[in-house]
Design a protein around this ligand. Structure first.
Ligand code: GCB
Length: 601
């Protein structure tokens, strides 16, 4: 697609109505443009410093020819789907405004049937204007600082300020798709599962659009393709005797068992019956939290995993299948059974792979870096129930086990639970256990700490005392299970120093080892997980304390292991061995590359 940065700010949003684009106007030819791959962030694709740090409106445009069936069969519904556009997007088709969307991490779509079916033309020009400016009203928030001292800065100079530790990559980060359905179609499917004495219970609810007159047939197929239960109508319960449960990776001989829920909607039309069909992978599992434990299918689950980012060379935050599959192979190699989608919702393909690989997810909202000023803004906006709904639709996660909110607002947490009672709720804190306003209302407490990194530099020996105190204080106050949701140290790959000093691979390893001693003690009791910060090195804004980004990855940004990765690999496989797998299942689902480790058992 073509791309034209137009250096205007979010604050100029009002002027977008000023006829920037009419049916006849094309981006192509209206000024210099760049070829821009989709999906990708635009920042690192060019050789241009200004493009890398660009703040304001950019324009994407692409013209496609649609199949005649799409444009001439009025029983076909044509949909434009945008996987994500960071941060604010306005979309036109053939110069006609079709949709606007705020928020850089969730998909949105527009029914464009009428536009593409109105004339003899089968071409479709898609134009998307995107603004990446962050303000106190966005999620995540940011501020624009205008530098007015003309002895230091040119006229009109401004910078984007943020309160989070990752680069504000922007552009069309996920695929842009055109697809069709019949005019009466399956719009949404909600599934919740439970287990009653070995019988899996799958409750479904199907939302259809387009007409009131349709039939719905539902079938549940096992992995061999055998139909194990069926039903009809918009809602119901399927019963699966002797169900194969969905177990996390390394917790069962056959982890991540998925059934397929097939939904067929049929409508009668003048031309005969027409159907829409959707197949949804479904795992049957239960999740429960007690005072000391996180239970999956009634068994204690210990999170041993990582925090991630959607981040890589060149493509920035852009979706890439090869990268994604590499990351999942690294997670398996590491023996990780969980990760947190720090600091925003990830692409739905990521969640689908988690379901398939048996990875438990803490799915995070984009509410990171909310300081006092932004809290006031949001508090103001939460007043009406409609505003609250709007907020929730932007922070609620997708499929998986834990959902994470940015807020310390009691009613917000209660409301989230009411919308989805099947998932525990948490938020990640590094605040003081006494001052924390949210901990009384969440199911699991997630605590970050950076002992011997952001203070007591180099003094690894203080970690055991400080970490034990941290856990004891939180548990004594709230009696809830605790996850060490972040800990870590920066290591520049290839920097070696022994005895260890900060930024060497040895220091990163030694710091993790100090944490592990305490975790091993406390996991006997109420600590239910540890997630290292971070899976891989990632890009941040430039600052003297960042060395071409944050170097706390146990893998480099190119996904090569540092020394700490080997340490964690030993630990995670041992943890799986110690705490989760029934003895008979040991080693049975290992990949070939994992065999040397399993032999040692
Ligand atoms: C944190 C943040 C994370 C940072 C990390 C660090 O607490 O949640 O975004 O990157 O610390 O390395 O400072």
């Amino acid at each position: 697609s073509s791309f034209l940065p137009a250096g205007r700010l979010w604050e100029d949003l009002a002027s977008r109505e000023g006829g920037c684009l009419g049916p006849g106007l094309r981006i192509q030819g209206s000024g210099p443009t760049l070829d821009m791959p989709v999906p990708s962030s635009f920042n690192d694709v060019g050789q241009d410093r200004q493009l890398r740090s660009f703040v304001g409106w950019v324009w994407y445009e692409r013209e496609v020819t649609l199949p005649q069936r799409w444009t001439q069969d009025l029983g076909t519904r044509v949909v434009l789907r945008i996987g994500s556009a960071h941060y604010y997007a306005i979309v036109w088709v053939n110069g006609v405004h079709v949709v606007e969307h705020e928020g850089g991490h969730l998909p949105f779509e527009a029914d464009i049937s009428k536009l593409v079916q109105s004339g003899p033309l089968s071409s479709c020009r898609i134009t998307i204007a995107i603004n990446n400016t962050l303000t106190p009203h966005t999620l995540p928030p940011g501020t624009i600082l205008h530098r007015t001292d003309t002895s230091k800065y040119p006229k009109g100079y401004f910078v984007q300020n943020t309160n989070f530790d990752f680069f504000n990559y922007a552009g069309l980060h996920r695929p842009v798709l055109l697809y069709t359905t019949p005019t009466t179609y399956i719009d949404d499917i909600t599934v919740t599962t439970s287990v009653d004495q070995g019988t899996g219970l799958v409750d479904y609810q199907i939302f259809a659009q387009g007409s009131e007159h349709f039939q719905l047939e539902v079938r549940l197929l096992d992995q061999e393709g055998k139909v194990v239960a069926q039903g009809t109508g918009c809602r119901g319960q399927l019963q699966v005797p002797n169900a194969h449960l969905w177990w996390p990776y390394l917790m069962h001989e056959h982890p991540a068992y998925l059934y397929s829920l097939e939904v067929r909607l049929t409508t009668q039309t003048a031309a005969g019956p027409v159907s829409d069909f959707y197949a949804l992978p479904v795992g049957i599992r239960t999740v429960k939290v007690t005072e000391r434990q996180f239970l999956i299918n009634g068994k204690p689950f210990y999170f041993h995993g990582v925090n991630k980012h959607e981040d890589a060379d060149i493509r920035g935050r852009g979706f890439d299948w090869a990268l994604l599959v590499k990351d999942f192979n690294l997670l398996r190699w590491l023996g990780a059974n969980a990760f947190r989608t720090s600091h925003y919702p990830y692409a739905e393909e990521v969640l689908q792979l988690c379901d398939r690989y048996g990875i438990v997810v803490i799915d995070e909202s984009p509410g990171v870096g909310i300081g006092q000023e932004e809290s006031r803004v949001w508090a103001g906006r939460w007043d009406g129930e409609r505003e609250r709904e709007k907020w929730l639709s932007r922070v609620l996660p997708g499929l998986t086990s834990l959902c994470l909110l940015p807020s310390v607002d009691r009613t917000l947490i209660a409301h989230t639970k009411a919308l989805d009672p099947s998932r525990p709720v948490t938020f990640v804190t590094n605040s003081n256990y006494e001052a924390d306003l949210g901990a009384p209302y969440v199911d699991v407490i997630c605590v970050n700490s950076y002992y011997s990194w952001y203070h007591d530099y180099g003094h690894l020996e203080v970690i055991p005392l400080q970490l034990a105190t941290q856990f004891e204080n939180w548990y004594r106050t709230y009696q809830k299970p605790i996850i060490q949701s972040e800990y870590g140290a920066g290591a520049i790959p290839g920097f070696h120093q022994d005895p260890p000093v900060m930024f060497s691979e040895e220091y990163q390893k030694a710091l993790l080892q100090q944490y592990h001693m305490v975790l091993d003690e406390k996991r006997k009791n109420y600590v239910v997980g540890e997630l290292v910060w971070n899976f891989a090195d990632f890009m941040t804004d430039q600052a003297p304390q960042r060395v071409m980004g944050n170097k706390k990855g146990i893998f480099t940004r190119q996904r090569q292991p540092k020394a700490a990765a080997f340490l964690l690999r030993e630990r995670y496989w041992k943890l799986a061995n110690d705490t989760q797998r029934p003895p008979a299942a040991r080693g049975s689902q290992c990949l070939e590359s994992e065999l040397p480790l399993t032999k040692r058992w």
